[in-house]
Every structure is written in structure tokens, then in C-alpha cells.
Design a protein around this ligand. Sequence first.
Ligand SMILES: [Zn+2]
Length: 226
Amino acid sequence: MLTINTRLDEFSEVLAIAEADDAIWCSVGAHPHEAKDHTTLAPQQLAALAIHPKVVGIGETGLDFHYDLSPRDVQERVFRAHIAASRETGLPLIIHAREADDEIIRILEEERPPPGVMHCFSSGRALAEVALALGFYISISGIVTFHNAEELRAIVRDLPLDRLLVETDAPYLAPVPYRGKRNEPAFVAATAAAVAGLKGLEPRHLAQVTSANFFRLFGKASALVQ
Ligand SMILES: [Zn+2]
């Protein structure tokens, strides 16, 4: 499992979770909501924290124009700092995109970062296609089990199996039948079962595929388990 850092002043707590369990890794980064508190973030800061062996990804980063909790220009500057850190370290980006598909597409096509993951994917088909063309993976959350998510389910049916991941987005977005509860890692099984159904696979087979995908994308974690 990968646990995600969203503010640098919480990095040590996230790292402690990863250090306490051989099967948990973490990322380093500042969520777009928190960009306003990281206006001077430099790629070198992220790269320095990423030296730790349990840090296997850069993020979460990206753009969120739904809540607009940070000014949009600041979100973009901080996003680009993460992209530079990904390039410098070779570690994959974890990208959050909410109501900012066009801007994310523009930035990804300009920057052409190394492959990462579009996390908690709830965007449109165009962003999925640009991300896949850049070698990115698409991570599916409990949203895929929601009644009104037919558009997302249609995209999932078309995604290549070797680019698919599943996640919780805990504590948010608990999948059916846990909807409304505080989400937790164990509930990812319900999301994986829904994705398996869309792909015509047994859940056990999907689990093997997504685990293999995880270790291919997060190669630094892979090196530690072998
Ligand atoms: Zn997110």
C-alpha cells in the first residue's frame, strides 16, 4: 500500500506509518488544496525528502478547481515544482485532477513528465487518453461503485489492464456497501471487485494485476521487496 502525503508539515507522520510496516510505502508532496501554504516549495526540497527508502512517489499534487482552496496560479506553480522533482528523482507523480482537465492536459503535454498515476480518477476520457499516452496509470476509487458513475465505468471498461490501479482515497469515498462510512484500506476490496466485474475478471485475478502494476510503476518499492 501507498500512503499519501498532502502537507510537508505532516510528512514525518506519513513516513512513520510507512516505516512501521514492510508492506506500506509513502509519497512526499503538497496537495493542491494546500498549495497556498507551500508557495515557495522547491523541487530540491521534495527530492531531498524522497531520498528515504520508503518514499516511492512525488505527490499528491495537481489542480483542484472545484474547491479552489488555493489560488489557481499558486496551484499550477506548486504542481510544476512536483513535476520537476519527479524528473529529478525518477519517482512517479501522484496527480489529483478535479474540474481542471484542460489545464492538466496542457501542463502534462508541455512538461511530459515521467510516468505517474492519475489518482482517484474522476475526469473525462480526454485526460485519460493523454495520461495513458504519456505512460501514466489510472487509479480507480470507490466512485466506480456509485450509482451515478456510469461515465467512469465506461472509461474503466476501456482502460488497458496493465495501467490500472485501485485505491481508497481514505478517509473519503467509501465504496458501496460502505458508502457514508469512514473509508479504510480494507474497503478497497469492494472497489477492486467492482472493477473486476467491469473487466470480466475474477477479483483474485484483478488483485494480481493491480499489485503487479503497482510494483512496476513504483519501482523503488519493488526493489525493497525483492
Ligand atoms: Zn486527491
